[in-house]
Design a protein around this ligand. Structure first.
Ligand code: ARG
Length: 456
């Protein structure tokens, strides 16, 4: 039964109903709708719309409905109701008869849906905070296991300078920490309660909106009724926070996919997050990581979708806004499962230290060290850079590493080079010299890891 038949003489077409109904999407707001309704019953009882007994009966019926539906919210879809608000109200009327029809006094589905959705965002947001923290913890655990494994660091996907694997892990910890703070910030801003704003102009009943907001666990009430029912900034902000975080997860995935290639063979991924090929028996594919990278696209799409839906909407509520939920739900689901999956993948990563070390040694990753050595001997850096470039060219032609060139050959490029150059060219030395805050020297990474472990 629709909630609004009185003014109509004709029937809605079946096609329109299918088009207009949002229950297949917003059934997920069931718990929040009941919660909001219980708080609303108290609010209108406080201004005499319901007596104490009526209020108790309504709340008991709502609680009973909550228990009946239980965990299986999908069962709601078959009811044929227009949306979750109609579903709850219809069920309430089935339970308590005409009394159920009193609950909607002073309330509109506009302030109702805005409230339900914010409650849902708060609950989902704190779940995501837990999931983000779990990935950070998985990265810290991996950093502890592989702290001093040496591998090549890259720029332009060219071997640049050696770094430790622990340092690589902690780079992603920094990113996910920022994601966490962006999420917390979005949650802080959406923590205001729209209920009591009515359809657009404010409810005509003198309820205490501060008390109502507090009863629902919000920090306070929203302050402008027009804005309250038409604001979807929180949907945009959550989609934006998710997009940025998915970008980080996607880069993490991409790094690991590359590390896992036959060509690099820096890491091995565990069997529980990889799949085989139906044709090629030798293959072990990084599907989990590829799906993380792949799902990033739909999360970005949802962000652009909601921004575009909202961009030309006049105040206040418009039905366009019903389109806010599907993308948000998909975003939160995708982000959540990608975080879970990232944590699981990280748990099983094994570093092949021989390969990472060999790769760090090859590719002239110690060329900067030779330049710094020349600088220490008094040569201006720009000149040293040029000289080392020539040495590298020569070494490439010989097919050897810098440290394998005999001293006589090195001296042909710069007379100041002495036997003491060789220790400077070792991997250990390359790392040890990056002993600055934020650098990859093992003692720096150890200290950085210890500090993060205090936090998480
Ligand atoms: N299902 C609607 C939505 O999600 C609820 C609000 C309906 N309001 C209205 N004025 N028709 O937006």
């Amino acid at each position: 039964m629709a909630l609004w038949g009185g003014r109509f003489q004709g029937q809605a077409s079946a096609l329109f109903q299918l088009f207009n109904d949002s229950l297949p999407v917003d059934y997920r707001l069931f718990v929040q709708d009941v919660e909001g309704s219980i708080a609303w019953a108290d609010a209108i009882a406080s201004v005499g719309v319901l007596d104490g007994n009526e209020c108790s009966r309504l709340k008991a019926a709502l609680t009973e409905l909550l228990e009946e539906v239980g965990e299986d919210e999908t069962a709601i879809i078959g009811s044929g109701a227009e949306d979750i608000h109609s579903f709850v109200e219809t069920k309430l009327i089935e339970k308590v008869g005409d009394l159920g029809k009193k609950l909607h006094t002073g309330r509109s589905r506009n302030d109702q849906v805005a409230t339900d959705l914010k409650l849902w965002c708060k609950a989902s947001g704190s779940l995501l905070e837990t999931k983000l923290t779990a990935v950070i913890q998985a990265l810290l655990a991996l950093a502890s296991r592989e702290l001093d494994a040496v591998m090549p660091g890259y720029t332009h996907l060219q071997r640049a300078q050696p770094v430790t694997f622990g340092h690589w892990c902690l780079a992603y910890v920094e990113m996910l920490e920022r994601d966490l703070s962006r999420l917390a910030d979005a949650l802080k801003r959406l923590n205001t309660c729209p209920l009591g704003s009515g359809a657009l102009a404010g409810t005509a009943y003198a309820i205490d909106r501060h008390a109502l907001a507090a009863a629902l666990g919000f920090g306070g009430p929203t302050l402008n009724s027009l804005d309250s029912v038409s604001d979807r900034d929180h949907v945009v902000e959550l989609c934006a926070a998710a997009s940025l975080s998915m970008m980080h997860l996607s880069r993490l995935a991409e790094d690991l996919i590359f590390f896992n290639t036959g060509e690099a063979a820096f890491v091995e991924l565990a069997d529980n997050v990889t799949s085989g090929s139906s044709l090629m028996p030798q293959k072990k594919n990084p599907d989990a990581l590829e799906l993380i990278r792949g799902k990033t696209g739909r999360v970005y799409g949802n962000l652009v979708g909601i921004l575009t839906t909202m961009k030309a909407l006049p105040l206040a509520y418009n039905k366009d806004m019903q389109e806010d939920k599907e993308g948000l739900f998909d975003t939160i689901d995708s982000w959540g499962i990608c975080l879970d999956m990232a944590a699981l993948v990280l748990e099983g990563v094994k570093v092949n230290r021989d390969n990472t070390k060999q790769a760090a040694q090859a590719g002239y990753a110690n060329a900067t060290e030779l330049a710094d050595y020349l600088v220490a001997k008094g040569m201006p850096f720009r000149e040293a850079h040029h000289v080392v470039g020539e040495v590298v060219l020569h070494a490439i032609a010989q097919g050897v590493a810098l440290e394998d060139l005999p001293i006589a050959e090195l001296q042909r490029f710069a007379a100041v080079i002495g036997e003491d150059v060789y220790p400077h060219l070792s991997l250990d030395e390359c790392l040890a010299k990056r002993n600055v805050l934020g650098g990859t020297a093992i003692n720096q990474v150890t200290a950085a890891l210890a500090a993060k472990k205090q936090q998480y």
